[in-house]
Design a protein around this ligand. Structure first.
Ligand SMILES: [Zn+2]
Ligand SMILES: [Zn+2]
Length: 367
């Protein structure tokens, strides 16, 4: 700020602040705020554009989950599968972030035009605030303090600017508001040029330039919902409310071995689906997830403890081929990960091995 203060000092020595020095000082103060405002609006616009043009972000969290499952199958990266199964919220956030970063790299021209549009919008809004301040002050025969008050009030929703920002200026002698208006238009033109140069010099824009990035905006819009996972298979409740009434529910459960479940007293990973198990006469031991030591019939799974009682698992035969394909494709990875095996009572049925990746992907359409 040294040159600005120096010019104010000089003009104060001459008796008063000239309109040009006064408006130049205001605009210097506004520059950071304009850049920030442009960034904030650009983040919102990019998030909006991605919701409109990326099918993964166009619906709700469940819609995005289908796209996540698809890209997991396409990538065939076991670690990513495990992140999705055990820490789904983290995986969804990473998925959004990764896609936004990609978009920022590839849609550079589009983003620069969004920035340009937002700079123009801020400029128009500043010109409007200047015009209103001048007109109101002239009409009410007010002074320069009134001009400042009206000017900053006009910007309330657009930019951070307060009268206090220019404290210490001796500007009381400014009485000709036509001169002030003219000087302000000139100073605004200069500062907008500087803001444009600031953005034009960037070859690309990165996530850390935003106070709240498009990825965070999308995360807020898409991930503020229930994240409770089925105690058997870790499928995520599909309710769109974070703390909802009623039971947790999901249309498709998974085979329990992918969560490391084994048959009691063996290293045999379970191949059963929750929806089939709850219709059977079998029992399970919930001891590793709650303090209850005794076994519990699957049919009365709700009695097994707090994490079971709030789930509604409908007994049916819905077994998504996707998970059968997954278990076959990553059998050895799963066995290594849990240090258990798909053998004995957990022998993978031969029919499961016939599922191709294409069939697995097609089955996602049922979700
Ligand atoms: Zn389940
Ligand atoms: Zn829920």
């Amino acid at each position: 700020m040294k040159p600005q203060y120096c010019s104010i000092f000089k003009s104060n020595c001459q008796g008063a602040t000239s309109p040009a020095v006064f408006t130049e000082f205001i605009c210097t103060k506004l520059k950071g705020s304009i850049c920030q405002g442009v960034c904030d609006k650009t983040a919102i616009d990019i998030a909006g554009e991605m919701r409109a043009s990326f099918p993964a972000f166009s619906g709700n969290r469940s819609g995005m989950e289908m796209h996540i499952l698809r890209s997991l199958a396409q990538e065939e990266n076991f670690d990513k599968f495990m992140e999705y199964i055990h820490t789904p919220e983290k995986h969804f956030r990473n998925f959004i972030k990764h896609n936004v970063e990609n978009y920022l790299c590839t849609a550079n021209t589009n983003i620069l035009s969004i920035i340009k549009k937002n700079i123009t919008q801020k400029h128009q809004c500043l010109v409007h605030a200047t015009n209103t301040a001048t007109a109101d002050t002239k009409q009410s025969k007010g002074d320069v303090n009134m001009w400042l008050k009206v000017f900053s009030r006009q910007l309330t929703d657009e930019l951070r600017f307060a009268e206090n920002d220019i404290k210490g200026m001796n500007h009381q002698d400014i009485t000709n508001f036509d001169f002030l208006q003219e000087a302000m238009e000139k100073s605004l033109g200069t500062v907008i040029e500087q803001v444009e140069e600031n953005f034009a010099s960037k070859s690309s824009i990165s996530l850390n330039e935003f106070r709240e990035g498009p990825d965070e905006i999308l995360t807020k819009q898409l991930c503020e919902c229930c994240w409770v996972q089925c105690p058997f298979c870790k499928a995520i409740c599909t309710n769109t409310m974070k703390d909802h009434d009623g039971d947790h529910q999901v249309p498709f459960h998974r085979t329990n071995g992918i969560n490391g479940w084994t048959h009691r007293g063996t290293d045999n990973l379970c191949i059963g689906f929750c929806t089939t198990s709850v219709a059977s006469d079998k029992e399970f031991y919930p001891s590793h997830t709650c303090s209850k030591k005794d076994s519990c019939p699957y049919k009365r799974y709700r009695e097994a403890g707090p994490s079971y009682e709030c789930w509604s698992i409908t007994p049916d035969n819905s077994q998504l081929p996707y998970w059968k394909w997954f278990v076959c494709r990553f059998q050895s990875d799963l066995e290594k990960y849990y240090n258990r095996k798909f053998h004995g009572r957990g022998e993978i049925p031969q029919a499961w091995r016939a599922f191709t990746k294409e069939q697995a992907l097609r089955s996602l359409k049922l979700i």
